[in-house]
Design a protein around this ligand. Structure first.
Ligand code: N2P
Length: 367
């Protein structure tokens, strides 16, 4: 008797738990996104409108996010990997296949961006672009000029960091590079005329040698703090992301500190990234995640992200809400000629990822 009533009670409990899970998801949304990547009112407005409480955590490298997703049970409902990393996560079954009926605002997205993302996410089934940009060089114009002395600015901005002739002079005013294997090795490979995402292990040795040569001149490894360092003049060169460098420029203008910060477009090539929203396969609040995704794809909301952080959005309907000085900024919305210089991101195997991590560790520790 007792065991039967216990069983009945247990099934009643599980019925109640299940039905609440479906009918009424807890009013919480856990988001994991890059730092300096959202407008002030994005979360506030969503919370006000939906009554959903947003918890918002920050990361600044794909490696950190990927390791968490692989370990599982992150508790996150929305994550924002770069598309070439999302490709690996899709293959690993770590991301939810999207129910597009819950995302009517997908109609606002640019078919050209969707087509290029489809190379990493077939049929655009798992991810939606948040913002996109490229990895490049940012400078403090006057400080770089002064440090270079007799040397004139090179035509190819990558020379500033990858050619010892330049970087050795710039050491005096401070050089920062992104603190992640997958951010520094591809540009080094590209500088050497190789495929930045080469699938051939042997090809990476030359990049390792190049990095070893420039190591003595690097003062900072940073993927987020460098924005303020560039803005306030404590570094003069950053290998960083296009929007971040523009944020530094804006902060210097706002602070009226006299630092003229400029994002450069190398004359050769630069590497694009697309950072994409996705729902982890084990997300606790997937329905709230859909509401967030659809909210972000509203033209005004997507535009407000670009207006704040100087990265282009994938939303055609948003362009008319993007401020003129941002649509006209050629390091945010690229000219057709510059678009041709951009290299699309590719995923690399776990063997290559291990190799570049090893090269990076040796580089950073100066071994
Ligand atoms: C965040 C910039 C993220 C760009 N500040 C790199 N995916």
């Amino acid at each position: 008797m007792r065991s039967v009533s216990n069983a009945l009670a247990a099934s009643a409990v599980s019925f109640i738990t299940l039905s609440t899970a479906y009918a009424q998801e807890e009013k919480v949304l856990n988001i994991y996104n890059w730092s300096d990547y959202i407008a002030e009112d994005t979360i506030k407005n969503f919370e006000k409108e939906t009554g959903i409480k947003v918890r918002y955590d920050l990361f600044d490298t794909n490696e950190i996010l990927h390791a968490k997703l692989v370990a599982g049970k992150t508790g996150y409902d929305i994550v924002v990997p770069s598309a070439n990393w999302a490709n690996l996560q899709i293959q690993g079954g770590l991301l939810t296949k999207l129910d597009k009926s819950k995302l009517p605002n997908l109609a606002n997205l640019d078919p050209i961006i969707q087509a290029s993302l489809a190379k990493l996410d077939p049929n655009n089934e798992h991810v939606i672009d948040w913002l996109w940009g490229f990895t490049t060089i940012g400078i403090n114009v006057q400080k770089v000029k002064a440090a270079l002395g007799d040397l004139t600015m090179p035509a190819n901005a990558w020379d500033l960091v990858f050619d010892p002739k330049y970087i050795s002079k710039l050491k005096s005013c401070g050089v920062s590079v992104l603190d992640s294997p997958s951010e520094i090795i591809p540009p080094a490979m590209q500088y050497l005329g190789k495929n930045p995402f080469s699938k051939t292990a042997g090809e990476y040795q030359e990049a390792a040698a190049l990095l070893k040569k420039i190591r003595p001149y690097i003062s900072l490894f940073s993927s987020s703090g460098y924005i303020n360092d560039l803005a306030n003049g404590s570094i003069c060169v950053a290998l960083g992301w296009s929007g971040d460098i523009n944020i530094a420029r804006q902060r210097a203008i706002d602070a009226k500190n006299g630092n003229e910060i400029q994002a450069l477009i190398p004359s050769t090539h630069a590497i694009l990234f697309f950072d994409v929203m996705a729902i982890p396969a084990d997300a606790p609040h997937p329905n709230n995640a859909y509401l967030w995704m659809n909210y972000i794809m509203r033209p005004e909301v997507h535009a407000s992200l670009s207006n704040k952080v100087f990265y282009a959005n994938p939303n055609l309907a948003a362009t008319k809400f993007v401020k003129k000085d941002i649509t006209e900024n050629k390091t945010v919305y690229l000219s057709d000629a510059d678009k041709k210089k951009m290299i699309a991101p590719e995923a690399v195997s776990s063997d290559i990822r291990r190799l570049i991590t090893r090269i990076y560790t040796q580089f950073k520790t100066g071994m």
